[in-house]
Design a protein around this ligand. Structure first.
Ligand code: PXP
Length: 239
């Protein structure tokens, strides 16, 4: 079954809005796991506006499922990941001031950079994943970057899903086939939600993991965290 990794950035955003420790990020991470999430994802950004570097260090001590750290591989980020040694690092090409990730890597232009960084992490036993658009050329070249997995950037799928799901998923199916051909594992994330998740997972049977934050936290406002995580897990298991 595809693993659900809960991205808890939004919990940190809420906490930081007031200072103090409400909501308690560490407790939320523990509860996500208690309610069935199979992973915790964080995306520390240089300005610390949501997840802070000290959060990442603390989370490493308490996360008992898969810990995934996403981010742009600046020197500080690389040092943090090498210090914390999560199960997985997901490399994202976002600018420091990006509101959220908004593009996949150009795995041709940045091949050497990504190769060196992936080697560095892999030497320490950290699995690597590279965030890419659903583009077969970018996926093929991700292999040459030496990564273990790709994470498919699902924003365009989510945008087009409501009008035409079949067309929305097409590029993702081709990208997934290319990944499998090249021996790459497949993760996915961005704008996945309770409406579009099942169709995505059904059509990408090789999908190993999804990381979901924004919609899941919004759903939890109405449904509560336990019920929300249950529903996301249900979407993934009813394939
Ligand atoms: N994957 C990556 C690389 C991201 O940057 C994000 C957002 O931080 C996600 C997945 C999760 O996206 P969402 O918050 O829309 O579920």
């Amino acid at each position: 079954m595809t693993k659900l990794s809960v991205n808890i950035n939004k919990i940190a955003t809420l906490r930081n809005a007031r200072g103090g420790n409400l909501p308690d990020l560490i407790q939320v991470a523990k509860d996500c796991e208690k309610f069935g999430a199979q992973g915790i994802t964080v995306h520390p950004r240089p300005d610390g506006r949501h997840i802070r570097y000290e959060d990442v260090r603390y989370l490493k001590k308490i996360v008992t499922t898969e810990f995934n750290i996403e981010g742009y591989p600046s020197k500080d980020f690389i040092d943090l990941v090498l210090e914390v040694k999560p199960h997985q690092v997901t490399l994202v090409p976002d600018a420091p001031d990006a509101i959220t990730s908004n593009n996949g890597w150009d795995t041709i232009k940045h091949q050497e950079l990504l190769f060196n960084i992936c080697q560095n992490f892999k030497k320490e036993g950290i699995r690597t994943s590279i965030f890419v658009n659903p583009n077969t050329v970018m996926v093929r070249n991700a292999k040459l970057c030496g990564t273990d997995r790709i994470e498919l950037y699902t924003e365009s799928y989510a945008v087009n899903y409501f009008t035409d799901p079949k067309t929305a998923i097409e590029d993702y199916c081709h990208a997934a086939e290319e990944a499998v051909k090249n021996g790459l594992g497949i993760n996915a994330g961005h704008d996945l939600n309770l409406h579009n998740l099942s169709f995505f997972a059904k059509n990408i049977p090789q999908l190993l993991e999804v990381s979901i934050g924004h919609a899941l936290v919004c759903d939890a406002l109405y449904l509560g965290l336990e019920e929300t995580i249950g529903r996301y897990l249900n979407r993934l298991s009813s394939i």
